[in-house]
Each structure stands twice: as structure tokens, then as C-alpha cells.
Design a protein around this ligand. Structure first.
Ligand SMILES: Nc1ncnc2c1ncn2[C@@H]1O[C@H](COP(=O)(O)OP(=O)(O)O)[C@@H](O)[C@H]1O
Ligand SMILES: [Mg+2]
Length: 442
């Protein structure tokens, strides 16, 4: 164990005990305790023990990072939370010092990388950034006033920025009113359980449509990113991801016969079918009975519990201790994978403006595109970008990303080179009208 930091004897002893317990805990679950290192570090005012697994010595990694295992490890360690590090490979993080206080309010940053989903900040001060493809679906639990609706709004804000199609159910009509007739909506906002069921059925129909499109591709793509990469190579439009948001999901489910009723079944179907086709759902509720959570629990990559009244309910979601969140901390949540997170705040009034809220292209990109319009007739290639001072690797990555966004497209008429699309020209010209400043005054 490395120790060149100021670490108390008590923490050293604790770390040694935990290391032994971790090894035993893995063995007991027939997993390989292939730890290559244990070390104590200081991180943003905290003193965690980091346990590094040698991934080369493990078989299937998924058993080592599952929320269930983290939960079990934590139980074995007498309730000390066990988190995964953001680092590559597999590292368990166990805090030896008490949790610091998270900030009470953090605005959704404007500069989140596209395609990422920013949830909030964790105890280390780092943002939690996720990808839809690995995240799949989300379950959100919390009492009234705990921050669910604001969180859903921040998700939808980001989905709109990433040009996702959205389907919304808002029985209360308090969460998404400002989005009525937003161009990214694939259907009107549902305000009854029946209409909500209609949305899920529409999403399943979209899975069918996409299954047919996938079937026509000889390479047999297994996920949306693979399909889209093939499409853009052929100069075709990529398929947007789709996000289905159900607020007050428990009442909707209960109204339609519970987990075994029409809605429960439809959600379970969408759960397993949607993952391949980039169709994701988020369901939020004030309570989940065991019966209701059961069938969807396995489909969900992330659970997030805001303040809840009931410890058992929090535990069922894999969010131990969410019942301890005080009433005066809306937006503070426990996630099954990341522990405590202060989720990002968004101003509801900004949401209706959707795309305008977040910059679509940065200054650097804008400069390159303007130059291309002036000098190369909108043509963009690796040699052109390299000629303008970019490294080859960066140039390739930029072009691929822009292609996925539909900003450049190969033109078979002009030796299959990439050209700026009409869509990009429109985004560039919208800029003055709607873009938020990149450094908002606080
Ligand atoms: N992430 C957050 N950061 C700071 N304050 C928040 C946050 N989320 C919610 N709040 C505060 O709590 C209030 C209730 O939040 P809301 O999302 O409407 O709760 P719920 O939908 O769970 O009933 C909001 O009006 C806001 O003042
Ligand atoms: Mg609400």
C-alpha cells in the first residue's frame, strides 16, 4: 500500500481491513480478486481507498461493475459506500473520510460535450457524464418537491441539444408545459394514462421500423452507433436517438393494471427492444412498489433517488440512504452507481427555447466552417484540415463527429468528398438569434 500522503493511523488500519474484506467479498461471490493495487489518495478534500482490479485477469467484466455487486460490497463493508471510479479499467472507491457537503445548486453547464448526458456533480467535484448507449434506461424516484421535474427538464434540455426525438408524458401538466409543440416532439405531450400508453406503443412501433432498416444493412449492426456510422459512410442520414420521459409513472402504471397490465408489459418490451435501436426511457415516480419496479428494474442502467420517505424503497432501487436526504436539499440524489450527486439545475423558462439554450457549435468549429465556405466551397477533408494546422488524428475525429451530427455529408457527385450540409448552414445562421453566451453571467 502506497502511503506518501498524510494519512492517519486510523485510516491506514481501516484501509487494510477494507482491502482484506474486499478480497473475501469477491471470493465469496465466485469472482476473481485480481487486485493489482490498493492505495489511499486525497481527492477533492476526501480520502478514499482505491482498489484497482487487473482487468486482464478477469473474464466478463460486467459482474465486477454491476450495481448489485457494489451494493453487496457495501453491505459487506458494514455500509460504507463503494463507488466505481471514472478512471478506465475497474477501480473501486471506498471513502475513509466522511462525505463532504455537495453544493446546493449547480447550473447545467453550457459546454457539455455533445452526445453526453450530464447528470450532476459528485462528491469529488467531478461531473457525472454518461452516454445513452451504455445508460439505456433510467428510473427516478423522489418525494414531491425533491427535484424530479427539474432533473427531467435537464435531461430533455440535453436531448434537444443532441437532436434527439422526444416523447413526453406529463399527467400533472407541471413539468413539460413549456415544450408544447416543440419541433423535437414526436407526438403531443401525453396527459392521461391512455395517452402515455400510446407513447410507449409509438416508441415500440419505432423499434419495429428501425429493426426493418437495420435488416437492410448487410453488416448487421448491433446498436445505433454502428448503424449510424455505416449510414454516414454511405452519405445517408443517421437515425436520431429517441427519449421517452414518463413523469408520475407509478400512477400511470397503476391506472393501467400495474406491472402485468398493458403499460407494464409495454414498458418491459420497450426496455429490451429499445436498447438496440437507440430508444431510451426515463420513468419518474414518488414511489415504486416492488410489484411495479420488478419487471423494469433489469432494464434500467441507472437509478437515481432524490429524497424518499421510505428506506426500503431506496434500498430496492439500489440507492441506500436516500431516505436521509433532508427536505431542504432538492436536487440532491443518490445514484446506484455513483453515490451522492447534486443534480444540475435548469431554469424551466429556458427549456422551451431548447436548442437555443446550448451552443450547437463552438467558436473553433464556426471558424473552420466559415473558412471552408470561403476557401473550399464547403468541402472538408483530412488534408484540408491538416493544411489549416490540425493534427491528422484530430481532423479525422472532427470529420467523423460532424458526419454523425449531419453537419457534413459525402457527395457522390463530387468524388465522394465531404461537404457542409444545408442543416449546418442553417445552424450557423441561427446563431445570433438564439445562442446563449458561452460564459453566462452568474
Ligand atoms: N437540481 C436542483 N438544484 C437546486 N434546486 C432544485 C433542484 N431541483 C429542484 N430544486 C428546487 O426544488 C423545487 C421542486 O423541484 P421539482 O423538480 O419540481 O420537484 P418534484 O418534481 O420532485 O416535485 C424546485 O422548484 C426548485 O426550487
Ligand atoms: Mg414534479
Amino acid at each position: 500500500m502506497t502511503n506518501n500522503l498524510e494519512i492517519s493511523h486510523r485510516q491506514m488500519r481501516l484501509a487494510e481491513t477494507i482491502s482484506r474484506q474486499l478480497v473475501n467479498a469477491l471470493i465469496r461471490r465466485k469472482l476473481t480478486p485480481a487486485f493489482s493495487d490498493f492505495f489511499i489518495t486525497h481527492l477533492a478534500g476526501l480520502t478514499p481507498l482505491i482498489a484497482v482490479l487487473d482487468t486482464a485477469k478477469l473474464g466478463d467484466h460486467s459482474a465486477y461493475v454491476s450495481a448489485d455487486l457494489l451494493h453487496q460490497l457495501s453491505t459487506d463493508l458494514g455500509g460504507l459506500p463503494v463507488y466505481l471510479s471514472n478512471h478506465s479499467g475497474i477501480r473501486y472507491v471506498i471513502l475513509l473520510s466522511p462525505l463532504p457537503k455537495l453544493p446546493r445548486k449547480v447550473d447545467l453547464p453550457l459546454d457539455i460535450p455533445r452526445g453526453k448526458l450530464a447528470v450532476g456533480v459528485r462528491f469529488s467535484g467531478q461531473p457525472v457524464l454518461l452516454e445513452w448507449e451504455t445508460l439505456l434506461h433510467l428510473a427516478v424516484l423522489g418525494a414531491t418537491g425533491s427535484g424530479k421535474s427539474i432533473f427531467l427538464q435537464s435531461l430533455v434540455t440535453q436531448a434537444i441539444r443532441d437532436e434527439m426525438k422526444i416523447l413526453l408524458s406529463d399527467i400533472d401538466q407541471t413539468t413539460f408545459g413549456m415544450l408544447e409543440s416543440h419541433p423535437n416532439l414526436a407526438a403531443p405531450i401525453a396527459s392521461t394514462p391512455q395517452e402515455a400508453l400510446g407513447l410507449i406503443e409509438q416508441a415500440i412501433a419505432e423499434c419495429d421500423r428501425r429493426a426493418e432498416l437495420f435488416r437492410q444493412v448487410p453488416e448487421r449492426p448491433q446498436k445505433l452507433s454502428e448503424y449510424n456510422a455505416l449510414m454516414v459512410k454511405q452519405g445517408k442520414e443517421p437515425l436520431p436517438r429517441m427519449l421517452v420521459v414518463l413523469d408520475e409513472a407509478s400512477s400511470v402504471l397503476t391506472a393501467l393494471g400495474g406491472a402485468k397490465g398493458a403499460m407494464g408489459q409495454a414498458l418491459a418490451t420497450l426496455g429490451w427492444r429499445g436498447r438496440k435501436f437507440g430508444i431510451h426511457f426515463v420513468f419518474a415516480a414518488q414511489e415504486f412498489t416492488k410489484d411495479i419496479l420488478g419487471p423494469v428494474r433489469d432494464q434500467v442502467g441507472l437509478t437515481l433517488c432524490f429524497r424518499v420517505g421510505n428506506a426500503q424503497m431506496a434500498e430496492r432501487m439500489g440507492c441506500n440512504r436516500a431516505e436521509r436526504i433532508p427536505e431542504n436539499r432538492p436536487g440532491l440524489a443518490i445514484s446506484n452507481r455513483h453515490g451522492p450527486i447534486q443534480t444540475y439545475f435548469v431554469e424551466s423558462s429556458a427549456l422551451g427555447q431548447g436548442q437555443k439554450l446550448l451552443p450547437s457549435l463552438n467558436d473553433f468549429e464556426r471558424t473552420l466552417f466559415a473558412r471552408s465556405q470561403r476557401e473550399t466551397n464547403g468541402r472538408l477533408s483530412i488534408p484540408i484540415l491538416v493544411g489549416w494546422g490540425q493534427r491528422e488524428r484530430a481532423a479525422r475525429q472532427m470529420l467523423e463527429t460532424w458526419e454523425l451530427r449531419g453537419w457534413v455529408l459525402r457527395d457522390p457527385q463530387r468524388d465522394n468528398a465531404r461537404y457542409i450540409t444545408a442543416k449546418l448552414v442553417e445552424i450557423m445562421s441561427n446563431r445570433q438569434a438564439g445562442q446563449a453566451p458561452s460564459n453566462p453571467a452568474r
